[in-house]
Design a protein around this ligand. Structure first.
Ligand code: BES
Ligand code: ZN
Ligand code: ZN
Length: 471
């Protein structure tokens, strides 16, 4: 649910409040003064006028102004106002866009309370460059898909089931001319031999599915006779991760409805690429499973023959994401041609230990792709930090009885890297990047401009990459 009704690039009439900005002074100048204006504070300056003091290092990092936007929305939602003017006279275009982004991210709140709240805020930007209106329209389109992702991820596992996920994506795809959607059910997966996906789904009454979405802009079709995609995306879609028979403790299970964030993210990116009419061919694949313990569940020690032919010893059924991604990525390489492949997965708790809530981990074998994505991350505030995938780490997943095993060696750590090098076993070309966003897809607390819950992390990031870097 969005709390902002709309943003106008003009002064709005009958406003109940006006906010203007000043910049905090450097600390040295502060010392001699009586009144010290503190950054990120709001000062009442007369009737219905508020001065917001922005931190003086706002040029260092675009996220500072996004946080200002988030802070303002939180403030406005706490007092009862509907119509507010924000004076952006001293902001350049970049700052205005970052302010709007922060406000839009922060204005999303999810709940399933019986009493619905209506979006109420109308915001007028005073002295904003009118030409930015077009960019705002694009942002609205983009945020539709950011928030679609957040709705899917926030949706409890009893509501956003495997079938419901498929239905919602089908409904979205209908509004797009150049999108196709294929759904493989568990019989199809069996015929194809996607046994890693089936092994993870075996313990649940809800059968696994594999979703494949393509976007093929018509201009592109005429240009290129070959059927190569510019970008392939693969997303982990574990509707609920109980851990399976290697069951999680109750506390760690509380947020495991979030474990399909990868799937939601790659579908949203593809739909956004289409709605923004970007001239790139995109394919997105998302395996959907529910990881549950039961009499029919995969057991620790089971050996699976994967789609690629490699045999996999499942020593921990809670390391399930890499299994379903392995088969899906092998399927993508075998059946499609594409220039780059990015996978998104809430793969490891170790990623949270390493980076906290402010960055996702990126690993892979394509340094250009990784560098470009890191740059898009800096620009969008969806930060990435690279970890290595040296061959040494692959030693850790050698199995005594099968080709590979799905966990590393007790006590040697490197959980996030081990997850990545397992996936690497199914990668065929040097064109791959893996984003482990267990750290940023979902927060239990309020972090930066995100209210607790799903963040939509990855959608703005990859759209920036597709727009500005991918060729
Ligand atoms: N879905 C979890 C990872 C996760 C943890 C995502 C916290 C979001 C928040 C994943 O399937 C998992 O359980 N990984 C195990 C792997 C281990 C058994 C090798 C983990 O990280 O503990
Ligand atoms: Zn797990
Ligand atoms: Zn998982």
């Amino acid at each position: 649910m969005e709390m902002i009704k709309d943003i106008y690039f003009k002064t709005i009439e009958n406003s109940e409040l006006t906010i203007f900005f000043s910049v905090a002074e450097a600390q040295e100048t502060n010392k001699e003064k009586k009144e010290v204006k503190e950054p990120n504070k709001l000062y009442v300056r007369g009737n219905n006028v508020i001065e917001y003091v922005i931190p003086n290092n706002f040029k260092e990092d675009t996220d500072i102004i996004r946080k200002v936007g988030g802070h303002i929305i939180d403030y406005l939602l706490n007092i009862y106002v509907k119509r507010v003017n924000i004076d952006v006279s001293n902001f350049d275009s970049q700052m205005i866009i970052n302010l709007i982004e922060g406000m839009m991210i922060s204005s999303y709140q999810f709940n399933i309370k019986s009493k619905a709240v209506e979006p109420r805020l109308e915001i007028g930007l005073v002295n904003a460059n009118k030409s930015l209106e077009k960019e705002y329209e694009e942002l609205k389109t983009l945020f539709y898909y950011v928030n679609m992702t957040r709705d899917l991820v926030n949706g409890p596992a009893n509501i956003v089931t495997i079938d419901e996920f498929v239905e919602r994506i089908k409904k979205e795809a209908k509004n797009h001319e150049h999108i196709t959607l294929k759904v493989f059910n568990s019989d199809d997966l069996e015929k194809l031999g996607m046994n890693q996906i089936l092994a993870v789904g075996k313990g649940s009454v809800n059968k696994p599915k594999l979703l494949i979405m393509t976007y093929n802009p018509s201009q592109k079709n005429k240009e290129s006779q070959n059927n190569e995609y510019d970008l392939a995306l693969v997303g982990k879609g574990v509707i609920f991760d109980s851990g399976g028979l290697s069951i999680k403790p109750a506390k760690s299970m509380e947020t495991m409805k979030e474990d399909m964030a990868g799937a939601a993210t790659v579908m949203a990116i593809t739909l956004a690429t289409s709605k923004l009419r970007l001239n790139k061919k995109v394919i997105a694949l998302a395996p959907l499973v529910e990881n549950m313990p039961s009499g029919s569940a995969t057991k620790p020690g089971d050996v699976i023959k994967s789609y690629s032919g490699k045999t996999v010893e499942v020593l921990n059924t809670d390391a399930e994401g890499r299994l379903i991604l392995g088969d899906t990525i092998a399927y993508a390489y075998k059946n499609y041609k594409f220039k780059k492949l990015i996978d998104f997965a809430t793969l490891t708790g170790a990623c949270i230990i390493a980076l906290g809530p402010f960055a996702a981990a990126i690993l892979g074998n394509d340094e250009t792709l990784i560098k470009d994505l890191i740059e898009s991350g800096e620009k969008t505030g969806e930060r990435l930090w690279q970890l290595p995938t040296w061959n040494d780490y692959s030693e850790l997943i050698k199995s005594k009885i099968a080709d590979i095993k799905n966990i590393g060696i007790d006590g040697l750590g490197a959980g996030t890297i081990v997850g990545a090098v397992f996936i690497k076993e199914f990668v065929e070309n040097k064109n791959w990047a893996h984003v482990d966003f267990a750290s940023t897809a979902f927060h239990e607390q309020k972090i930066k401009y995100y209210h607790p819950g799903a963040t939509g992390f990855g959608v703005r990031l990859v759209i920036d990459y597709v727009k500005n870097k991918l060729n």
